[in-house]
Design a protein around this ligand. Structure first.
Ligand SMILES: [Cu+2]
Length: 68
């Protein structure tokens, strides 16, 4: 299990966090997604077959790119 925290500048509110959660939970292997609209951070727990690359790509696709 890998645990990663991403800073996502485009997060403005809980709605943004929910949108991100829904999208990342579609990825097979993503175990949990927690987000904080105040810090604009998303914490993702995942394991195979999910990859960090797939998570970063999904975030970019919905216009919430992570700052890495
Ligand atoms: Cu929002």
């Amino acid at each position: 299990m890998t645990n990663k925290t991403y800073f996502i500048p485009n997060i403005h509110c809980m709605h943004c966090v929910m949108h991100i959660k829904n999208r990342l939970n579609e990825i097979e292997g993503v175990e949990s997604v927690e987000g904080n609209p105040q810090t604009r951070e998303i914490e993702v727990e995942f394991s195979s077959p999910a990859t960090e690359e797939a998570i970063l790509q999904a975030l970019a696709e919905i216009n919430y790119p992570a700052e890495v």
